[in-house]
Design a protein around this ligand. Structure first.
Ligand code: GCV
Length: 755
């Protein structure tokens, strides 16, 4: 060692010093690699506003008798320091222009304020309020619970980051759903099913000894948008996670997340008593099996006292379940419910079930167009059990009847289970929405579903009100009043789009979908545009041109992808298995309802799946008012046309065009919108940091090529049936149909090696 050190020359020491200094300097520069998400808290760049904010927060009083309040206070002080370039510490006595934060138990002023002026604020809701007390101007962040205070801190910081006035505040906000959960489809080997942002962020091999800083960053980001639960493992489950070795790892994550109000949930593989418990059966009515799950829950709660519960995919796509033993979904779900109930845990039982029979023994052959309509199966499986689930069971329903397509009508289950709490399942990861590279802002999709009227309990029974419980259980809720009545379970889940990429989601705009999910799970009355506006201001810039241009791009993006992939109600016509790219011609999957041809049904007459009484009659699963609005192909909202009708190629569309021309034009307009998005983005060169600007530019280039690919492949294929010319005006396909059919992607991401 000594000899080696002796060989250092003065020159090399100098060079080392230079490199170290350069590194230190560059580490201090605000890196825009996207890791900071919407939590950037850069110094307010408007001098007048900065002065105003500095005056408004001259002092802070923030007692911290709990880990959560400590996290909240540190968050507030650190972020104020960087936003205002002003160091504040928490003091004990009030001063003029003082920010006072806490709960009724930490401050008598807050106790009085909540009881006198905000009696309706409940649960984890928060309050931002200004008032004069003993001649002092106070800015109060308050809540009944500690986690509510943390939510309030983030809401206050959001006001500053988005340049809002804070002089006269009277804002109160309570979550409209209780369980706001990210579902990770992450495997224990760190692959992520349908993940396009690298490997899983959970480094199971190094847990519990090594706590990656990202776990803390993750918890903080989720808390900032109100997410309060995480299912850390894939619904295509692995029993191993329930073994003592792995439970220690799960415990370590739970310990990190706890101060941020985030509970950990696990996916439970139905066969676990056999896989790891040494039992011969997993029959939910077998007393030994029931006892095994009770013991397992006792073990889990002894390690993780606030464990959230289980998410279960049963009898779907090869997963075992109660039907494996001749039992029902209620038998299965209620068995878990009984084991979890003494500890306050919940069961999220998925309704994504479309024929439990394994493909090999299925009666539905690959070419069988008369095979049962997959659209109808979840309803058929679950409605007979309405009202029969234990009170700590939520049925988790995907937003549409098939599978997270660019556009789906809402799942009929939302209008058909009045005695069962239903939990929304959205997919943030873009399995069917351009995967890792397409800019698609999903809030318009989420809102379209949430705002759809199920008519389940009269007009106004929107999907959102079914989810938040108000459609059946409470009088119509006035969002302006913060009244939260006692309710059955409510919840919303988003299938995570997070991986170990430095910027979390690979595409910088994927972050917006994570953000929008959290904000809507908290308050589904927010509009997609409002959410985009606040996300852009926090993530990119408050510059007016930047905000308005990015907002326009985002708001146009979802309709664009519908148009260049699946316009006018087309669905499920993508590549087999990896779901990448177009594959409308595919017809050789092992079961009929995995084939695109089964869904579009193109023939010499026309195209589309007839779900009217003349066809599969899936429409009968909706309430009469909903059914009526989609029943007639001449009046059906054209965005759902092929979901419900087999229309002729010359069907007259509302704008007077024949269907074939409209279809081609829609494909072209999707491509045109992507080109427009590119031009808009290019106009932002000087307003966006170089790294993210060029990243998004490159992704938009890929998106343009793939949009053209979708258009070309689909139009050429459908033309073999319509036998009509492609209308003028659109770019023409530059390859043959055979070329598009020949493309193969054996290493497309997201299959996790498990498909
Ligand atoms: C986790 C679709 C996806 C599967 C996914 C499944 C589900 O079929 O392609 O990868 O499995 O939905 O939601 O369970």
């Amino acid at each position: 060692m000594w000899n080696r050190m002796q060989t250092f020359s003065v020159g090399s020491v100098f060079r080392t010093l230079m490199v170290t200094c350069t590194l230190l300097v560059s580490l201090r520069l605000p890196a825009e690699d996207g890791h900071r998400l919407w939590l950037r808290y850069d110094r307010i760049d408007d001098a007048a506003l900065l002065a105003q904010y500095r005056n408004a927060v001259a002092a802070v009083v923030f007692p911290t008798p709990s880990p959560t309040l400590l996290v909240a206070r540190n968050e507030l002080l650190d972020d104020l320091e960087s936003l205002l370039s002003k160091k504040l510490t928490s003091q004990t006595s009030l001063a003029d222009n003082c920010l006072l934060a806490g709960t009724p138990s930490t401050s008598p002023i807050i106790a009085k304020l909540l009881s006198s002026q905000y009696p309706g604020l409940a649960g984890d809701g928060y309050l931002l309020h200004t008032q004069q007390t003993e001649g002092k101007h106070l800015l109060i962040i308050a809540a009944h619970s500690d986690i509510g205070v943390l939510y309030g801190v983030f809401a206050f910081l959001r006001l500053l980051q988005t340049h809002q006035p804070i002089q006269n505040l009277s804002v109160s906000s309570s979550p409209l759903t209780q369980h706001r959960i990210l579902d990770h489809w992450d495997n224990l080997n760190r692959t992520v099913e349908r993940g396009y942002a690298g490997a899983s962020i959970w480094n199971w091999h190094l847990l519990p000894g090594y706590i990656d800083q990202r776990y803390i960053d993750y918890a903080r980001a989720n808390a900032s948008i109100g997410v309060n639960g995480t299912v850390v493992t894939n619904v295509n489950a692995n029993s191993l996670v329930l073994t003592p070795l792995y439970l220690q790892k799960v415990r370590a994550l739970a310990d990190v997340f706890r101060p941020y109000g985030i509970r950990v949930y696990l996916t439970a593989k139905f066969s676990a008593p056999v896989d790891i418990g040494g039992l011969k059966t997993a029959d939910p009515l077998d007393p030994a099996v029931q006892q095994w799950w009770k013991d397992k829950c006792n073990e889990i709660y002894s390690l993780i006292p606030d464990f959230g519960g289980f998410l279960v995919k049963a009898n779907s796509e090869g997963q075992p379940g109660p039907q494996t033993y001749g039992r029902t979904h209620t038998d299965g779900a209620n068995m878990f419910a009984d084991a979890l109930a003494p500890h306050g845990g919940i069961v999220m039982w998925r309704a994504f079930v479309y024929d439990a029979r394994p493909a090999a023994t299925s009666s539905t052959s690959a070419h069988d167009m008369a095979a049962p309509d997959r659209f109808k199966q979840a309803y058929a499986e679950f409605t007979p059990f309405d009202g029969k689930f234990k009170p700590n069971v939520l049925i988790q329903v995907k937003n549409g009847p098939i599978d997270f397509q660019p556009r789906e009508p809402f799942s009929p289950l939302f209008g058909a289970m009045s005695r069962t709490p239903l939990m929304m399942e959205f997919q943030l990861t873009q399995e069917y929405l351009g995967q890792g590279t397409h800019l698609v802002y999903e809030a318009p999709l989420f809102k379209e579903v949430l705002d759809a009227d199920t008519y389940a309990n009269g007009k106004g029974s929107t999907v959102a009100r079914v989810i938040d419980g108000s459609a059946y259980h409470f009088p119509m809720r006035d969002p302006a009043q913060d009244v939260r009545l006692s309710s059955p379970l409510t919840g919303m889940a988003g299938v995570s789009n997070i991986g170990n990429e430095r910027n979390w989601t690979n595409h910088p705009f994927g972050q917006a979908n994570w953000y929008a999910f959290g904000r809507l799970a908290w308050d589904h009355t927010l509009s997609a545009r409002e959410i985009a506006d606040e996300w852009i201001r926090q993530t990119f810039s408050n510059d007016a041109a930047a905000v308005s241009t990015i907002e326009k791009i985002m708001m146009a993006s979802r309709e664009a992808i519908v148009n260049y992939m699946t316009p006018l109600g087309l669905h499920h016509i993508m590549g087999y298995n990896h779901h990448f790219g177009p594959g409308p011609w595919l017809d050789n999957a092992s079961r009929a309802d995995w084939n695109p041809v089964y869904y579009h049904r193109a023939d010499a007459y026309g195209i589309g799946f007839d779900r009217t009484p003349a066809g599969s009659n899936a429409l009968a699963q909706y309430q009469p008012q909903v059914r009526q609005q989609w029943l007639d192909s001449n009046t059906c909202d054209e965005k759902f046309l092929l979901w419900f009708h087999h229309v002729s190629w010359s069907h007259k569309m509302k704008d007077g065009q024949i269907f074939w021309n409209e279809l081609c034009n829609r494909y072209q307009s999707g491509v045109d919108t992507v080109k427009w998005m590119q031009r808009q983005w290019q106009s932002l060169t000087s307003l966006i940091d170089k790294e993210r600007f060029s990243q998004v530019s490159m992704f938009l280039g890929i998106q343009e090529k793939e949009a053209e690919w979708w258009r070309n492949a689909c139009i050429l294929y459908f033309q073999t049936f319509s036998r009509m010319p492609i209308p003028a005006g659109g770019g023409g396909p530059d390859q043959t149909l055979e070329y598009y059919k020949s493309l193969r992607f054996p290493y497309a991401p997201g299959t996790g090696g498990s498909l």
